[in-house]
Write a protein that binds this ligand. Structure first.
Ligand code: ATP
Length: 263
């Protein structure tokens, strides 16, 4: 077994009496698509917020590669290789697709304001490298026809794709996808599923996805973790968690079928 890329170890996060994350542990392998599911209030968003440094848990450890992430700031965690997309699109709607993607590069910009001003040497070389990488992302996500358009004018499914591109532009080691297909129609969902799989298979990235669309999760995830009331109640392949009695019970005692929306 190779070392996991990410280790989330015995994390406890409380808000007053509410235990949002109650001793949860899991790891994510290199090149793995890992899904986190659970009913409303189960602790999924809290886990994402711990991973990206927005919430500081009272106890536990989160390691990415060799780096401990807890108590580091969100920008530092992003620089260490964690990129995130949001449930509600967080893009600059007046800026073009290209400009939004370039903004994903800003943490990698190494030249000084003076070098940028006189536009020589390092600044110029770096700018060319950033532009090239952004163009590769445009190709990869098939955004050519919209590249110069303001993001706010684009269809919803395309905006979600631009947001995915902005996260990819950060050149992360692991990508956190917060409800990547929320609000999408069937065709947009199928497109997004294909891009997510391509990111794993062609870009060799690991992904953690929180998603309510059970059909999508069971179709594309390598492993699934199920939370309920801040606790991990199951972890395994989609087939394993689907027949786990604790999971069936958590989902209102009913049968968990493809396409069912949980929560
Ligand atoms: N900032 C906060 N302050 C107080 N309580 C919080 C905060 N964030 C989360 N909680 C509580 O922690 C618990 C877990 O919430 P969380 O948002 O992580 O669940 P979730 O699984 O993402 O739910 P949903 O599917 O509805 O998004 C809930 O009881 C929630 O009310």
């Amino acid at each position: 077994m190779t070392e996991p890329l990410l280790v989330f170890d015995d994390v406890h996060l409380s808000f007053g009496a509410v235990k949002a994350v109650n001793g949860v542990s899991f790891d994510v392998g290199r090149n793995e698509l890992f899904a986190v599911i659970g009913p409303n209030g189960a602790g999924k968003t809290s886990i994402f917020n711990v991973l990206s440094g927005v919430y500081r848990p009272q106890q536990g450890s989160v390691r990415l590669g060799g780096d401990e992430l807890l108590r580091k700031s969100p920008p530092t965690i992003a620089r260490l290789g964690m990129a995130r997309t949001f449930q509600n699109i967080e893009l600059f709607t007046n800026l073009t697709v290209l400009d939004n993607l370039m903004l994903g590069r800003h943490q990698h910009i190494n030249y000084t304001a003076l070098e940028a001003f006189v536009w020589v040497g390092r600044a110029r070389r770096e700018e060319i490298r950033h532009r090239r990488l952004v163009e590769e992302i445009v190709d990869f996500l098939e955004l050519e026809q919209w590249r110069k358009m303001p993001v706010g004018l684009l269809p919803y499914g395309v905006q979600k794709r631009v947001e995915l591109g902005r996260a990819l532009a950060m050149e992360p080691k692991i990508l956190l996808l917060d409800e990547p297909v929320a609000g999408m129609n069937l065709e947009e969902t199928e497109d997004m599923a294909r891009y997510i799989l391509d990111i794993r298979d062609e870009l060799d990235l690991s992904l953690i996805m929180v998603e309510h669309d059970m059909g999508l999760v069971m179709d594309i995830a390598d492993r699934v973790m199920v939370l309920d009331f801040g606790t991990r109640i199951a972890i395994g392949t989609p087939a394993e968690v689907q027949r786990d009695p604790a999971v069936l019970h958590a989902y209102l005692g009913g049968e968990l079928t493809d396409g069912e929306v949980a929560g």
